[in-house]
Ligand binder design. Structure first.
Ligand code: C5P
Length: 210
C-alpha cells in the first residue's frame, strides 16, 4: 500500500533573500512517514525545508512552496492514503522579486499577498480512482478543539482529522496530544512522544485500509 505524507512548513519567497514561512519543525510528519514505513507501506514524504535528515527506507521529496508541494503530491498519485501534516502557508507574496528589494525605496511598506492552494481540500475533492481511499488532515487548535476540528473536516472534505491542542508547547516540541476524529467517533491519543502518536495513527490507518 502506498502512502503520501506532507511535512514541515512551506517557504514562500519575497525576493532572493527573504521569505514568509512558519515554525513547523516537521517532526510529527516525519514520525508518521516512518511509522507507516515500519508497517510495510511504500511511503513518499513530501517535505518543506526542515532541519531533519531524510529517513531511511522511504522516498523524500524536498520542496519549498505550497504550489510545489501540491505538484509533488499530484506527481505521486495514485496512493491508498494521503496524510497532510504540513503547515502549509496560507498566503504567499503575490509576486516574487528577482532582485533583492530595497527598503529605502519603500518597496516593502506593504506586501501584496495571494492565496495559496489548499492541498488537503484539493486532494479530498478528487474523484473516485484519483482520490486516495483515506485522506487524513491535521488541525492545530487552541480552544474548542473538537467543534473546530469537526467543522474543519467537513470544510476540507477529508475523512479523518487529527486535532491537536497547540495552546502549550507542541509546535517544535517533542511531544504531542491529539484527538482522532473519524466519521465513527473520536479517539484520544494521550500526550506522548510524537513517535508514539505516529505509531498509533499509522496502525489505525493500516486497520482502516485492510
Ligand atoms: O485550515 P488549516 O490550515 O488549519 O488546516 C490544516 C490542515 O490543512 C492540515 O492538514 C494542513 O496540512 C492542510 N492544509 C493544506 N493546504 C493549505 C492549508 C492547510 O493542505 N493551504
Amino acid at each position: 500500500m502506498k502512502a503520501i505524507v506532507t511535512a514541515g512548513p512551506t517557504l514562500e519567497p519575497i525576493d532572493p533573500v527573504r521569505f514568509l514561512s512558519n515554525r513547523s519543525s516537521g517532526q510529527q510528519g516525519y514520525a508518521i512517514a516512518e511509522a507507516l514505513r515500519d508497517l510495510g507501506f511504500e511511503v513518499v514524504l513530501i517535505s518543506g525545508p526542515v532541519a531533519l535528515n531524510d529517513p531511511k527506507g522511504l522516498q523524500t521529496v524536498r520542496i519549498e512552496t505550497a504550489r510545489e508541494m501540491l505538484a509533488a503530491v499530484n506527481d505521486q498519485l495514485p496512493a491508498d492514503v494521503f496524510v497532510s501534516v504540513a503547515a502549509v502557508a496560507d498566503w504567499r507574496p503575490a509576486e516574487t522579486a528577482d532582485r533583492k528589494l530595497k527598503l529605502d525605496k519603500g518597496a516593502m511598506a506593504s506586501l501584496p499577498l495571494a492565496e495559496n492552494p489548499d492541498i488537503l481540500k484539493t486532494i479530498s475533492h478528487y474523484g473516485l480512482g484519483h482520490r486516495p481511499r483515506l485522506v487524513v488532515g491535521f488541525a492545530a487548535e487552541t480552544h474548542d478543539v473538537v467543534a473546530h476540528a469537526r467543522a474543519k473536516r467537513d470544510r476540507k472534505g477529508c475523512d479523518w482529522i487529527v486535532a491537536n491542542d497547540v495552546s502549550g508547547d507542541v509546535m517544535g516540541g517533542a511531544e504531542n496530544a491529539a484527538l482522532l476524529i473519524t466519521p465513527g467517533g473520536e479517539e484520544e491519543f494521550a500526550r506522548a512522544a510524537k513517535s508514539e502518536l505516529a505509531r498509533n495513527l499509522a496502525s489505525r490507518i493500516k486497520q482502516a485500509l485492510s
